[in-house]
Design a protein around this ligand. Structure first.
Ligand code: GLP
Length: 260
């Protein structure tokens, strides 16, 4: 696990470089995408490179981490619509190249299996970007999630629904209770995972993620078992890291050729 502590604009540049390096070498790469505010600066930087530097997503595929159950096709908070608004609709993905779990399926369990199959048939995710919840959840794997979980239906915690109420006119009752989410074992299959966290509210979750014991109570800690994870944090989110000085020194001495 590589932990980099830097300014938010530098973090976005680093993550965008990882995407760019992948796509320039493998234009048909499989990208893992996430909603939430954490990756937004990365998406903006990728859109800039698309518009100004010829970075193309035309042959790439993308898979979202999760989706609410039951939000109508046109609902602005449906995660396929959110990701189109924030990123994929602003670049040149081919029609149908961006997928998410089908939260409107009659048979939700079958939709989850189909989503796992779709990721595998595409060759697996090459580079997954994600954020982390203040309680340590990744995707919608809330505390208590099985570390071996696959794409499945989950019930959102009251805390997550309260956090997300701001996107539903401040009304928690409008936030769906259920979602479909890639499981922790699904996420772990991505070949490279870049996790972005900024702000003091994430300091506990980042401390547990990097330095805590691996536990279903802090689902992100499963990433300690992944061979290629990059954790990008600003000073505030790094506020509780015991190893912060070590991570700062390591980054200061990081060879320029080394990439993420
Ligand atoms: C939601 C998303 C997660 C995201 C988390 C944190 O629960 N399903 O993928 O990591 O929110 O969101 P933010 O990045 O806005 O803090």
């Amino acid at each position: 696990m590589e932990v980099i502590i830097a300014r938010p604009d530098e973090l976005a540049r680093l993550a965008a470089c990882a995407y760019e390096q992948l796509l320039r070498g493998h234009p048909d790469a499989v990208l893992g995408l996430a909603t939430g505010s954490s990756p937004l600066a990365v998406y903006d930087e990728l859109v800039r490179r698309y518009a100004e530097e010829g970075l193309s997503f035309a042959r790439a595929k993308a898979f979202n981490l999760d989706e609410y159950v039951g939000l109508p096709v046109g609902h602005p908070q449906r995660y396929l619509n959110v990701i189109a608004h924030d990123f994929t609709g602003r670049v040149d993905f081919a029609p149908g190249a961006v997928q998410g779990p089908d939260g409107l399926a009659d048979d939700l369990a079958a939709a989850c299996t189909a989503y796992e199959d779709a990721i595998i048939s595409a060759g697996g995710v090459d580079l997954q970007i994600m954020g982390i919840g203040a309680d340590g959840h990744i995707a919608f794997n809330e505390p208590g999630s099985s570390l071996a979980s696959r794409t499945r239906i989950k019930t959102l915690t009251e805390q997550t629904r309260a956090d997300n109420a701001r996107f539903f006119g401040g009304d928690i009752n409008k936030v769906p209770q259920h979602c479909l989410t890639q499981g922790l074992a699904t996420v772990m299959q991505a070949r490279h995972i870049v996790l972005v966290a900024t702000g003091r509210a994430k300091a506990d979750a980042v401390h547990q993620l990097v330095e805590g014991p691996v536990s279903a109570m802090w689902p992100g800690t499963i990433l300690q078992h992944h061979p290629h994870v990059t954790v990008l944090v600003d000073n505030a989110a790094a506020g509780r890291l015991q190893l912060a000085d070590y991570f700062r020194n390591t980054y200061a001495g990081k060879p320029a050729w080394q990439g993420l």
